[in-house]
Design a protein around this ligand. Structure first.
Ligand code: HDE
Length: 722
């Protein structure tokens, strides 16, 4: 056996060429080919046959093992959240939260808790695009010193439905339609909007889904939310309600919808690649864990019900306290073993954290174990390395498919005397989990609390809190999605629901759909109260505590960094190398990445005869994959680009998607050929267009512009070709 780091040859056959490999990528147990039973294989080229031209023998256990394993390489993908990407990291607490919880990872600031985080889209299958308009999963497994805690959240703080019993209906409606399996990873189809238009409780979530939050720039630039209200329990057994948040240190940023659709073609792995490369480049993604703490006494204080997962607690009412930092610093070694096999469960909690009666959360507590049984093939999925806690596991559970542990001894029951009574129950002092003793005194009913029946107030609050461009994007998203719906009555019914959220929004969407806003059908909540008589409850309208919540708009996010942004430099032979070098240096010093894009790969020659390495060509790159564009000067280079339609398209598209573009004064002949070049001749200053003619310090101005992310105001008037 060779040591792990030693270079070696992987194939020992006499005539084969020796290949030197870093043994990190090779199984370190042995360098010889073996069966799964460890038997060394002598011939991996031929199956066992009755003579060279004879039938293959059933006896060939090597062939059968190999083919059988291959046949089972794919496991059922997740029914939802199938498309995902993940990374390892650590969580570090800033300040003890012992006032609220006894969970050690939230009380002991000396501990670094290892984590594994998986981001996902919901509707698409495993191979679908990262860029779907969709909710993003944000699932975090904390390997704490008291066992695993999974915070299985999303990038939106609310959900479509209030009760778990509707989840299969929701998912059937959004998945590709059953007769023709169309469309993939998209909610823009009849069955989804049919369901939604009949489910008024989804109104708030639909506003988030139609907003730019559904098309993030990067997983690293998304917020995360635990969605449900949970409980924190302290050492004395006292409880507080809590909402969990993740706040990205790079701010919350999104793409343009046109851009997202194009990226789906140019690089459907865009988010996966972005996460992977950021970690490889040591631009470690970071979030702060935020807690909104609500005393138990305030349970009924608000105009909404804390147990209703279609409502959020505005930060303006209960501030988010940032208590620690999550840093993702290591990519998985093996996608299948880690990202695919990780099994999250909202029911994985540790002492100091507990549930509430949110009916969606209660249903999830059943679903996540059940789904792993089918997906990972049995009850032993906790033994897969990525799912194992870092603390020892001792119990009397035994056997089953794929059992890894070799339990020793005679006893697998409790109480026992033959095994000395082991394993023992843990007292509270020893860290044993005890459930919060919430008082329950009620009739058994299939009913929903009336406090869940205000479906439109927070949907309206969300809309009112958006900036003008964000509002416009919501109009566009509804117009796109409902425009793809074939059944006119569904479009109309949905328009009616939108009018209950905001009349102007409904009128604008109606205009785009060529439909009059109908008088909305009265949404009805069917319920059977305790007296057994079926009643229809009309939605209620509560008086919100606030009219606008600034925290809900991405316009108010962090906009002071260009860290990890990717900037395109367009160049051709004859480019001014000093301009390139100067701009590149300052952007990289500020944490951005630069790609030189030219008509061909290889090296180009600058005006001063210096060679410049090209990173991408117009064949391999596209403006939608970049955050900003820089056009250096140089007569010959500008003339070449001006004659290249791909270069002109690149610039037009970057302009259309509201990106920062910086150009040196001598690039004018190229810019004149672009859509926005005409604007340059006027003296009117266009935000985000930076020219060495107009700005004193083009480099400083460019950095400021990139950190603003996008200049959405540019979309007005909205007739920009590209
Ligand atoms: Fe999930 N959800 N969910 N969900 N969910 C799954 O579990 C389910 C809900 C969320 O990266 C499944 O292992 C039910 C809300 C994430 O592996 C499944 C209900 C929120 C992930 C399941 C919900 C989530 C899942 C599919 C309604 C945000 C991906 C595969 C009662 C707070 C985790 C799996 C990963 C995955 C069921 C609603 C988040 C089938 C029944 C609300 C991030 O068990």
């Amino acid at each position: 056996m060779k040591s792990k780091k030693q270079a070696t040859s992987v194939n020992r056959s006499e005539n084969s060429k020796k290949i030197d490999l870093d043994l990190d990528s090779v199984n370190d147990a042995s360098t010889l080919l073996t069966t799964n039973q460890g038997v060394k294989i002598n011939d991996d080229q031929n199956s066992l046959k009755a003579g060279p031209r004879g039938a293959t023998l059933l006896e060939d256990f090597i062939l059968r093992e190999k083919i059988t394993h291959f046949d089972h390489e794919r496991i059922p993908e997740r029914i939802v959240h199938a498309r995902g990407s993940a990374a390892h990291g650590i969580f570090k607490l800033y300040k003890t939260q012992s006032k609220y919880t006894k969970a050690s990872f939230l009380t002991d600031t000396s501990v670094e808790t290892p984590v594994f985080v998986r981001f996902s889209t919901v509707a698409g299958s495993r191979g679908s695009t990262d860029l779907a308009r969709d909710v993003r999963g944000f699932a975090v497994k904390f390997y704490t010193q008291e066992g695993n805690f999974d915070l299985v959240g999303n990038n939106m703080p609310v959900f479509f439905i209030q009760d778990a019993i509707k989840f299969p209906d929701l998912v059937h409606a959004v998945k590709p339609e059953p007769h023709n399996e169309i469309p993939q990873a998209a909610s823009a189809h009849d069955t989804f909007w049919d369901f939604i238009s009949l489910m008024p409780e989804s109104a708030h979530m639909i506003m988030w889904l139609m907003s730019d939050r559904a098309i993030p720039r990067s997983y690293r630039m998304m917020e995360g939310f635990g969605v449900h209200t949970f409980r924190l329990i302290n050492e004395k057994g006292a409880a507080h309600f809590v909402k969990f948040h993740w706040k990205p240190l790079l701010g919350v940023h999104s793409l343009a919808w046109d851009e997202a659709q194009k990226i789906s073609g140019k690089d459907p792995d865009f988010h996966r690649r972005d996460l992977w490369e950021s970690i490889e480049n040591r631009n470690f993604p970071e979030w702060e864990l935020g807690l909104q703490i609500i005393p138990e006494i305030d349970e009924h204080k608000y105009s909404f019900d804390l147990l209703d997962p279609t409502k959020l607690v505005p930060e303006e009412l209960v501030p988010v306290q940032r208590v620690g930092k999550l840093t993702l610093n290591r990519n998985p070694e093996n996608f299948f073993a880690e990202t695919e096999q990780v099994a999250f469960h909202v029911g994985h909690i540790v002492p100091g954290i507990d549930f509430t009666n949110d009916p969606l959360l209660q249903g999830r507590l059943f679903s996540y174990t059940d789904t792993q049984l089918i997906r990972l093939g049995g009850p032993n999925f906790h033994e897969i390395p990525i799912n194992r806690p870092i603390v020892p596991v001792h119990n009397n559970q035994r056997d089953g498919f794929m059992r890894q542990t070799i339990n020793k001894g005679r006893t697998s029951y409790h109480p026992n005397s033959l095994g000395g009574g082991c394993p023992f129950q843990a007292s509270m002092k020893e860290g044993g989990f005890t459930s919060y003793a919430e008082k329950i005194d009620a009739h058994k009913v299939r009913e929903r609390s009336k406090s869940f029946f205000d479906h439109f107030t927070q949907a309206g609050l969300f809309y009112n809190s958006q900036s003008e461009p964000e509002k416009q994007h919501i109009v566009d998203a509804f117009s796109f999605e409902l425009g793809k719906v074939e059944t006119i009555s569904i479009r109309e019914r949905m328009l009616g629901i939108i009018s209950l959220i905001n009349k102007t929004l409904a009128t604008e969407v109606g205009y785009k759909l060529g439909l009059k806003v109908p008088i909305p059908e009265k949404p009805i909540n069917k319920s059977i109260p305790a007296d057994g008589v079926e009643k229809d409850f009309q939605p209620i309208e509560s008086k919100p505590e606030i009219e606008i919540a600034a925290s809900l708009s991405m316009a108010n996010t962090v906009k002071d960094t260009i860290k990890s942004r990717v900037i395109a430099f367009l160049a051709a032979d004859g480019v001014n190398e000093q301009a390139i070098a100067g701009m590149k240096k300052i952007l990289e010093e500020n944490g951005a990445k630069v790609d030189i894009i030219a008509p061909r790969l290889g090296r180009i020659q600058g005006a001063g005869k210096k060679e410049i390495l090209v990173n991408q060509s117009f064949f391999t790159a596209a403006s939608v994959l970049y955050d900003a564009v820089y056009v250096p000067g140089g007569d010959q280079h500008i003339a070449t680009l001006a004659a290249d339609p791909d270069a002109i398209h690149f610039l037009n598209e970057a302009f259309r998607h509201c990106k920062a573009i910086a150009f040196e004064i001598d690039s004018k002949p190229l810019l004149k050929l672009t859509y926005f070049g005409k604007k340059l001749t006027s003296n009117k200053k266009e935000d985000g267009l930076i020219s060495s003619e107009k700005q004193q310090d083009i480099r400083k101005e460019f950095i400021k512009a990139i950190s603003r992310h996008r200049f959405w105001e540019r979309e007005k008037p909205r007739k920009i070709p590209a």
